[in-house]
Design a protein around this ligand. Sequence first.
Ligand code: GTQ
Length: 344
Amino acid sequence: MAALQPDDFRGRLGQEGVSPLWDVLDALVTPRPAPRTTPAAWRYDTLRPLLVEAGDLITAREAERRVLILQNPAIPGQHRTTDTLYTGLQLVLPGELAPAHRHTQSALRLVLESEGAWTAVDGERVEMSNFDLVLTPNWRWHEHGNDGTTPAIWLDGLDIPIVSAFAGGFAEHLGNNPPPSVVQAGDSRARYGSALKPVVGTTADRAASGYPLFHYPYVQWRQALEDTAAASDADPHFGCVMEFANPLDGASVMGTISAFVQLLRAGTVTRPCRQSASAVYVGIEGHAVLRVDGKRFEIGPRDVVAVPSWGEVAIEAGASDAVLFNYSDRVCMEKLGLWREQRG
Ligand code: GTQ
C-alpha cells in the first residue's frame, strides 16, 4: 500500500466536505479578539460633498435610502464599519420622502444637519434637530422626510452585520401606502421621556413595544451630561460618560446596540482602555485625538472613528471641552457572555 500522502488526504477530506481542525485551531480559537476590521476614520468635510453629489444622481425615493456606507478599509466591499456595526451617512433633500419600510435590523440616527427633517416611527413623527438621537428599533415602520429648505444629513448606525451573522433579516416595504398607524407627534416622549412611565393597565398605558422611546433630544442629553460632569470627578478612563437608557428598564436603547455620550474637559488625557465591544465614535463638540492601538485620529464635530474589538483607546481633548457620541455592540456581547474590559 502506498504511503499516506498528506495532500491527497486533505483533497479527499475536501471532497467529502470536511477539513482538519488542527490546521486552523489557532485561528479559530484565539486568546483574545482578532477583529477583521482596523481602526479607521472618516472626515465629515470630505464625505459631505460626495453625499451632496449623490443628491444630484438619485432621489431619496429611487434609492429608498440615499446613503453612503462607511466601509472599513481592511474589508472593502463588506458594508461594515466594525466587525459587527454598520454606519452610513444619509441625505434627504428638501421636499423629499424616503418611503416607509420595516426590517429586523435595529437602527439609530444621530442628526448631523437638519432644519425641518423628520422621521416617523410607526406613524409618529419626530422632528430632527442637530445632534438629536432618534431610534428605529427593529420591526418598527419608519419613513424619513424633509419639510425644510436645506439638505438634512444624519448618521445611520445599524446592527446589519449582527443580523447577517444570524441570517435573521426580514423586511417589508410599504411603497406609497400611508403608515399603518398615525400617532400624535410627541406622544411617546410625553409618556416615556421624563423619567416617568404610564402605570401599566391604566388608560395612559399605550402598551408600547419594549422600546417605547425613540427620540432623545440634544438639548436634554447635553444638559444632563453637563450637569453630571459638573457634579462628578472626571473618570480617569472616560471623563464623564453616560448611556442612553430605555425608560422602561434602564437597559440599552435597543437589543443589540448601546449608545453613549462622553464629555472630556479641555486638555484631558484619558488612561487607555480596551473593551471587547466594537464601537463607532462621532464628534459632537470640540476637537480631540483618539489613539486606537497607537494610531492617531483627529476627531472634530461630525467626524467618525471606528474602534474594533479590543482596540486600546485613549482620548486627548483639545483646547476646549470635547463631547463625543459612540454606539457599540456592548449590550449584545453582554447577553452572549462576550463582554470584557481591561482598564490600563
Ligand atoms: O433609514 O431605514 O443606512 O433601512 C440602511 C438601511 C438606513 C433606513 C440605512 C436602512 C436605513
